[in-house]
Design a protein around this ligand. Structure first.
Ligand SMILES: C[S@@+](CC[C@H](N)C(=O)[O-])C[C@H]1O[C@@H](n2cnc3c(N)ncnc32)[C@H](O)[C@@H]1O
Length: 227
């Protein structure tokens, strides 16, 4: 992979990775794991909705923290698999950087080993005991239109819309909707007007809910079941 396709990471004083390409942290400076649980798990009503074949998809794999939080929830719920977790990532992070980022969250670090071994080998698919992870590399604007599956729950986790607008555009959100099962959901920490309008234009019904920490609002979108 060309050097400029890798993640460019700096570290702040609390050990949070910050993208120098996008000038934005990979997760909340307050508590990344708690933010994931609030925004993406509770927002999508997980783990309650898990059932065999359930598919979670994500825009922006980053450190893998969201994936590991989902794995922890899957295991703790004793949910029946397989559950799929597919993530789209343009600038994959090095395994050592992922491990360093995750070390701040002992719960996540404790379950990360098998996945990091797979990732370090350059493989992008892992079966973590009925929890199947796949990371599709490349710009999501190019890879998602070609994806052959549909997700039941989406984690929309690009960097902030102001800094990473290409991951929040109408065209991509329409592809998210096209790759969502009827009744499926999509959540994001942002309640930016143009993101909510993009989700609505794509066919989602969008609701604002209290955000994590200092964020007043986040967005929960649901694709109505068609008759
Ligand atoms: C906020 S971070 C994701 C954090 C991640 N979910 C985690 O658990 O650590 C945003 C991610 O989106 C990726 N990204 C930015 N633009 C992208 C694009 N056009 N296509 C795919 N991924 C992109 C970045 O490289 C970064 O990893």
């Amino acid at each position: 992979m060309a050097e400029d396709q890798h993640a460019n990471v700096a570290w702040n004083e609390r050990g949070t990775p910050v993208s120098t390409r996008f000038d934005d942290p990979y997760f909340s400076l307050e508590d990344g794991l708690a933010e994931t649980r609030h925004t993406f798990l509770a927002g999508n009503d997980l783990p309650r909705r898990f059932r065999p074949g359930f598919h979670v998809a994500e825009l922006g794999f980053g450190t893998g923290l969201n994936m590991l939080a989902t794995l922890i929830a899957f295991r703790a719920a004793g949910a029946a698999g397989p559950v799929h977790f597919t993530s789209f990532e343009a600038y994959p992070m090095a395994a050592d950087d992922m491990a360093r980022a995750l070390a701040v969250f002992p719960e996540a670090a404790a379950v990360a080993g098998d996945f990091l071994d797979v990732w370090r080998r350059g493989e992008r698919r892992a079966d973590l005991g009925g929890f199947i992870v796949e990371v599709i590399e490349g710009d999501a604007r190019e890879t998602l239109p070609r994806w052959q599956s549909r997700a039941d729950a989406w984690f929309l986790d690009g960097f902030s819309p102001a800094k990473n607008p290409e991951l929040w555009g109408e065209g991509l959100l329409a592809e998210v909707a096209r790759h969502t099962a009827p009744g499926g959901t999509a959540t994001t920490y942002t309640a930016a007007g143009f993101v909510r309008r993009g989700l609505e234009a794509a066919g989602f019904v969008v609701e604002r809910r209290p955000g994590f920490g200092r964020k007043r609002h986040m967005s929960v979108a649901r694709l109505e079941e068609r008759a």
